[in-house]
Design a protein around this ligand. Structure first.
Ligand code: CA
Length: 724
């Protein structure tokens, strides 16, 4: 099929105001062979359904539906809910097609429901091996699916792309898209363009080389593969765009071992402009993070821009051919991905109609880019930023603060935003009537400490080239209070033309939900405060709130069945912040936990949730700390490298995974070793670390956790004890 012809005809229909509902024009889809290019290109006119990840190829997450609006939202109530069979982070955007709702959950499972009644239709479990969790930087999450023809497509944590029959949930085909001997994972949603399923992957905390690839929707045959960074060595046989990139890397070091694959993973955002026929991908951070190890210069510090890290790259979707790029953070070293939500819109800037691309990447600046050429238009900070003082409008390059660039030695730097960014994967939304972009933003700085003797380990644990244990917050009440106070979460209504916030809503803490904007003048968002809220899109006034019993991080969708408007959101706390940030600091902001559940609302909905279970916590009752300071220090270093990213820094306990200070196995060296060395809990996600940690090191980690537990027990009872 000729994509441009279809795109043109859909645009014509739209402009004629005829495309009120795709299913009226193109048939219901079911009998005709399902989702087509014309339906995807014209998705904006099909308000009944939600057929692609960001609702439209422009990824605006704006629905014109207006039955639920400023005046009626007070009558919004729970229509139905469905409990999920996983208790980890839920980040998915559901799809809704002809009265059926489809979603992915943690552990890459898929479920289908009657979208009006909640009746379960089918479910599919790809049986991801539990120990795959150790390859995932940021929880065992999945952010969604794509639809094409009569199939649904999604990626699994262990790197498979699976096509399911949409009616039955039966597997149509399955393809391994990554080298499974390496720490590649898939958590992002695929997109489909003209029968090609596009999917990337993650793993840049572990050493992988990033790429995005296209597969034939009919049979899973790989059609093209686009690497985001060069392979290392002599680039003479590489495609031209990678030869150009090679000039910005130390090619002797890149790819020299599995820990220095370069990174640049395409783990989340994509957008598509059918008129320009350009696919936009968001490219991630370097691997390892620390450029001094990833691309060292002559003096031992890092050198080079390291293309195409932290870039937005425009690709021809039919061939995978490079068209243009814009790099947000040249020579990135702070985990400043540009994988955050990419959104397309047309707007008047300086008296000219511009086709723009917008992004609020981790680095804290909101960018407006010309999406035809990749030329910089403007950028301003949407949160507190100290790594750069601004973006040079002539070159589009940041004006860096040299104090914040940490190499192999020297002073640590407290950098804001930190590795979690000023905005992470949580989708933004756009209101065309307000011309506002709503950003789920937050502030959480990070201490980047040099690691002079960093050694790669590709078997287990992060490979970032910094000392990850250096930022642990000690058991000191005043200090902990102060750090907790610096953590902020907010909903920012950003004017992309003026490049400033029009209004801001403060939340209890960081890591709030993705967004939906509607024609009813509303913005919907879940919060770390376990609420699901509706705000006035023009003013930010809170108009409605639902007690969700759990943190909500996923973005809502809206749709109609028989003309009645529904709003659905997958609730369930988790993800990078929930796992990798000190759980005591998180809980000081809001006592959040995971109850994984799909919540669906409509006007006059009368369903109620079961009573909220009590927030039970095991007692903090560790054995006495008897190990030597040397053993505890060894345990602290190994904990920081191998344990902290899932069980929280300082062994304080995450808000999702077990608090090790309260673990029963803390009492017994044998029981502890059975888990950490023997892999007894591997099916739950706790892999064996025998390949990376000796029995002595594992026992040292136990000694460290016992020491920390005793410090915190003393803190709880108001005393302070010095570590022996
Ligand atoms: Ca990363």
């Amino acid at each position: 099929m000729n994509l441009m012809r279809w795109a043109g005809s859909a645009a014509l229909l739209l402009s004629a105001g005829m495309l009120a509902n795709c299913s009226q024009i193109f048939g219901s889809g079911e009998a005709e062979g399902g989702i087509t290019t014309a339906m995807l290109v014209g998705a904006d006119g099909d308000s009944a359904n939600w057929i692609s990840h960001g609702r439209t190829y422009s990824e605006q997450r704006y629905s014109p539906l207006d039955a639920v609006n400023r005046e009626t939202v007070g009558d919004l109530g729970l229509a139905w809910f469905a409990d999920m069979d996983t208790a980890r982070g839920q980040e998915a955007t559901p799809l809704v097609i002809d009265g059926k709702l489809y979603l992915t959950t943690a552990w890459s499972k898929v479920k289908a429901f009657d979208a009006a009644t909640g009746k379960p239709l089918w479910e599919y479990d790809p049986k991801v091996p539990g120990e795959t969790a150790v390859k995932a930087c940021c929880d065992v999450v999945n952010r969604g699916m794509a639809a094409w023809g009569d199939k649904l497509f999604f990626g699994t944590l262990d790197g498979r792309l699976i096509a399911l029959d949409r009616e039955t949930g039966k597997v149509a085909w399955e393809k391994v898209t990554v080298d499974q001997s390496k720490s590649y994972t898939i958590t992002g949603a695929p997109r489909v363009i003209d029968g090609k399923v596009i999917i990337g992957n993650g793993g840049a905390e572990f050493g992988v080389r990033g790429f995005v690839a296209a597969y034939d929707a009919d049979d899973g045959e790989q059609l093209w593969k686009f690497y985001t960074v060069p392979e290392g060595g002599d680039p003479k046989d590489a495609p031209a765009y990678l030869q150009k990139a090679a000039e910005t890397w130390n090619m002797d070091v890149l790819g020299a071992n599995d820990a220095i694959g370069g990174g640049g993973t395409v783990w989340d955002s994509m957008a598509y402009d059918p008129e320009l026929d350009l696919l936009y991908i968001g490219v991630g951070n370097g691997s390892p993070w620390n450029r001094a190890y990833r691309s060292p210069g002559k003096d031992g510090t890092g050198e080079g821009d390291n293309l195409y890290l932290s870039s937005i790259v425009a690709i021809r979707p039919s061939t995978g051919e490079y068209v243009w790029h814009y790099q947000t953070t040249p020579g990135e070293t702070w985990d400043f991905t540009a994988t955050q939500h990419i959104m397309l819109a047309d707007m008047d800037i300086d008296g000219k109609r511009r086709k723009v691309l917008m992004q609020a990447p981790k680095n804290g600046f909101f960018y407006v880019i010309d999406r035809e050429t990749g030329k910089f238009i403007s950028a301003k900070p949407y949160v507190t930023v100290n790594w750069a003082t601004g973006i040079d409008p002539k070159t589009g390059r940041p004006i860096e603060n040299p104090e914040t660039r940490v190499d192999k030695t020297g002073k640590p730097a407290l950098v804001t935003p930190g590795a979690l960014g000023g905005h992470n994967w949580h989708p933004m939304a756009y209101s065309p009537s307000e011309n506002l972009v709503y950003i789920p933003a937050f502030e959480a700085g990070m201490l980047y400490a040099p690691e002079a003797d960093w050694k790669p380990d590709t078997a287990r644990g992060f490979n970032v080239g910094f000392n990850l244990g250096a930022g642990d917050v000690p058991a000191d009440e005043g200090f902990r209070k102060q750090v907790a106070g610096s953590l902020k979460g907010m909903l920012v209504a950003w004017d992309p033309v003026a490049q400033k916030a029009r209004w801001t809503v403060e939340h209890p803490g960081p890591w709030n939900g993705g967004l939906l904007a509607t024609g009813g003048g509303l913005v919907f968002q879940g919060t770390t405060g376990s609420e699901f809220n509706a705000y006035d899109a023009a003013t930010g006034k809170k108009l409605w709130s639902f007690a969700a019993q759990t943190g909500v991080v996923a973005p809502p969708v809206t749709y109609t069945v028989n003309g009645e408007q529904y709003i659905a959101v997958l609730a369930g706390w988790g993800g990078a912040y929930a796992l990798s940030v000190d759980g005591d600091l998180i809980k000081r902001k809001a006592p959040v936990r995971n109850i994984s559940r799909l919540l669906v609302f409509k006007l006059g909905g009368k369903a109620t949730l079961p009573p909220e279970p009590a927030l039970a916590e095991l007692p903090l009752d560790p054995p006495p700390s008897t190990a030597s300071p040397q053993v505890i220090a060894l345990g602290q270093a190994k904990y920081g490298r191998y344990c902290a990213v899932c069980h929280a820094p300082g062994a304080v306990g995450s808000t999702v995974l077990p608090d090790l200070r309260r673990a029963g196995s803390l009492e017994s060296a044998q029981a502890w070793a059975a888990v950490v060395h023997g892999g007894m809990l591997k099916d739950n996600g706790m892999a064996s670390f025998a390949s990376s940690l000796s029995k002595e090191e594992i026992e040292a980690i136990r000694a460290y956790v016992i020491a920390r537990a005793n410090e915190d027990k003393a803190l709880e009872s108001g005393r302070k004890i010095a570590r022996r």
